[in-house]
Design a protein. Structure first.
Length: 336
């Protein structure tokens, strides 16, 4: 069964073909970073229009890469939420129209479910059950995953997501968009500990997060003095240390709390080098296996949607038909 996956929740247009028998056949992603850079963030209307321009060319690209025809597609999976309403509608309407034309089912997929399952596309996939740390620009959550479609929320950010805090801190330090990768690069040139930043909720005894205060601490520190370039690098390094310490500590605590030996890390922040170093080092002693998606699959992509859609269909999910579709800009994963 070949499933086409379509991702258009924010500022990446991603399409992919996944075969339930052979695995991932092909995927392609167009990033809108260059278009939004002048605005310092994603402009929803521009994002939606660009998705419209990219969907058909990307479909032709993945079909050519996979040496497939449109008629080989058995189902179309699309991101139905959460995300930007207009951006979601472009992908969903394209998916529904294509599925209707081909006479195949269309299946709405939760964006975070795609991220959560993306490490299972790696050469050495994790097995159920596992703890998942979802860290992206819009979400920071710890989930206990027992099987496809069975996700228990253990904790989440009470305010800013980790990726959002990275981006906002980068903006405070005068870095470009997207801020997370720029801040991580600057942190490589700095020394953590030269500035002292808090580790919010590190010892709260639960699995919740709060990154708004950490971002504010950076702002306060920046206002107290005129920062040199080295000061900015040191501050970036300390911020990264604080954020990754909280993320790693709570994720591994969740593993211990449920007696599980597998931790899956997904989402854009999952590509952060320092976070991976912390998790790998801290997981050795308790014998916890940490699994990550391939670097190319950390950010938004169609492969994770195609895979999640295929797994849902194999598990007996009922797809939509007759061109019907809906999007849910706000959609709790536990209800997916």
């Amino acid at each position: 069964m070949i499933v086409l996956g379509i991702e258009s929740s924010c500022d990446e247009t991603g399409l992919a073909l996944y075969d339930s028998g052979r695995g991932l056949l092909a995927h392609a992603v167009h990033s809108q970073v260059a278009m939004h850079e002048d605005y310092g963030g994603v402009v929803p209307e521009l994002a939606s229009r660009d998705h419209i321009r990219r969907l058909a060319p990307l479909l032709r690209e993945v079909l050519a890469k996979a040496d497939c025809r449109k008629e080989d597609i058995a189902a179309v999976a699309y991101t139905a939420g959460p995300g930007l309403a207009g951006a979601l509608l472009t992908g969903a309407s394209f998916a529904a129209g294509l599925a209707l034309a081909l006479g195949v089912p269309a299946l709405p997929v939760h964006h975070l479910e795609g991220h959560l399952l993306s490490p299972l596309l790696s050469s050495e996939p994790a097995g159920f059950p596992f703890i998942a740390l979802l860290v992206s620009g819009g979400h920071t959550q710890i989930m206990c995953v027992t099987r496809v479609g069975c996700y228990e929320l253990m904790g989440e950010s009470l305010d800013d997501a980790a990726g959002e805090a990275f981006d906002k801190t980068a903006q405070l330090l005068g870095l470009g968009y997207p801020g997370g990768p720029a801040l991580a690069a600057l942190a490589e040139l700095g020394t953590p500990g030269r500035f002292k930043l808090p580790r919010p909720m590190l010892n709260s005894g639960d699995f919740s997060f709060s990154f708004s205060g950490l971002k504010t601490a950076v702002l306060t520190t920046a206002r107290e003095r005129s920062l040199t370039q080295q000061d900015k690098a040191n501050l970036a390094a300390e911020f990264q240390e604080a954020a990754t310490e909280v993320l790693a500590t709570k994720a591994l605590a969740a593993c211990r709390a449920r007696g599980l030996k597998t931790l899956v890390v997904a989402g854009g922040v999952g590509a952060n080098k320092r976070l991976r170093e912390r998790l790998d080092a801290a997981a050795k002693k308790p014998g916890i296996r940490v699994c990550y998606p391939e670097m190319a699959l950390c950010t938004d992509n169609g492969a994770m949607i195609a895979f999640a859609g295929a797994q849902r269909l194999l598990a007996g999910a009922v797809p939509t038909g007759n061109g019907a579709f809906a999007v849910r800009p706000r959609w709790p994963l536990a209800t997916a």
